[in-house]
Design a protein around this ligand. Sequence first.
Ligand code: GLC
Length: 550
Amino acid sequence: MTSSRAAWWQSAVVYQIYPRSFCDASGNGIGDLAGIITRLDYLQQLGVDVLWLSPMFPSPQDDAGYDISDYQDIDPVFGTLAEFDRLLAELHRRGMKLVLDLVVNHTSDEHPWFQQSRSGRDDPKRDWYWWRGPRAGMAAGAPGAEPTNWASAFSGSAWQFDEASGEYYLHLFSRKQPDLNWENPQVRAAVYEMMRWWLARGVDGFRMDVINMISKDLAAGEFMHGPRLHEFVAEMHREALGGGTELLSVGEMPGVTVEEARLFTDPARAELDMGFQFEHVALDQGASKWDLVPLDLRLLKASLNRWQVGLADVGWNSLYWDNHDQPRAVSRFGDDSPEHRRASATCLATLLHLHRGTPYVYQGEELGMANTQFLDISAYRDIESVNYYAEALSLGMEVEAVLHSMAPRSRDNARTPMQWDDSSHAGFTQGIPWLPVNPNYVVVNAAAAVAEPGSTFHHFRRLIELRHELPVVVEGRFELLLPEHGQIWALTRTLGNQLLVMVANCSSRPVTVPAGSVPDVAGARLLLSTHPGAASRDLQPWESRIHLVG
Ligand code: GLC
């Protein structure tokens, strides 16, 4: 029971499904909608309120479905529209909601819109994408003649030369993902119409892929947070989301600042309900995403705290460690050794779910699924990893060094199949999985976790339950304690006369909470703990506790 001031999505927990890797009912080695339907009871038992499905639209799968060639259908590899309707009905019947992944910064180059656009300079859809001639004074197609020096997120230039017309088109991601030109009102109208079509089918909202890239200013060299970004997002809200709060909208926004996020999520501006920021997932990287540097816990705490403070009175946070683009949190922020894997996975969950905002659980996170092992380059599937490898070798880097830097960082870590049980391929498929399962599935799997009361699964279930039961988890004022401590993460949440106190040992060594540094919890109700003896000031490795005072 939450107070009437909170919107439904503030007391909700979202579960992200990556359809390729969730559950394969057809036996072709790729997950599908029919497979998801067979696992809804599991998700209901976990207690999540909303499913976010990564793209399952028709796609050449150059970027695993984030390259869409038809926005209004289902890729045959995943199923049919009829199966989609059945999934939606089954979810609604269980009181759960469904959010789709809206990838509208770009389409696939095989989308009919782009096919028309590239058919000639005079085509009416030419202006639906970003076509430009070579840099002034340079010959079209010559090295270095690209209209700007922008790099693609997946290596190489962000411009692809088109021989037929002598012009270049922009692709901030792969060359098979041309960027839509949102300056063109027809593009925006087509996107809103497509969104309304899905809403009429019954979906409950959208996760908006790289939404802060839709407004660009080529002259100023800006492709993020361009001059018309807020105008476009507000227009989308008005035209497609009905301006209300019944639907959930969450925008993925690499590089967004707290100040920008306040504007986006201020309810008075009717733009987005919440955004995914990237600050905390950049703290363990150096010069590039492939350059892993040791993480300082104090910086991680300070970063999340900055977002808590910045969005305390206006706006709303979304909270995540894991998703389909990030290495597994237990391997990255925790300790995935057999000794500490379970405790560190539960510790990270406790922390995150006790911040103020809507938590996102990525498939398998509730099992403490960890990064996988890659023997050589043939083990990778993701375009980002495969392209990086080729680029790094062409720059003269050693194979071993490149593979070493890729292993902990590759997005394929997140994309190994969901581990359902200890049968072959972890019960994910009867066929050969498109990406091998993590060899630890024999121990780490849903069947074992559901059967065992002390598992990570039941810990997540309890955290979700707490959010549903206690308004203080949803709305309570946040305060970070011991900001300078290198091992302990401690915080309080306050609402009326209720006080939640959370302490956690974020390390694989025991630690003692300094006397007087956190509110006294003697006599308080212990809501959740991971180790016996929760009254002492000594914390075992990765131990976490939540007390309710008052
Ligand atoms: C987002 C998606 C990522 C994709 C990219 C391009 O960052 O989460 O998976 O590769 O956008 O669509």
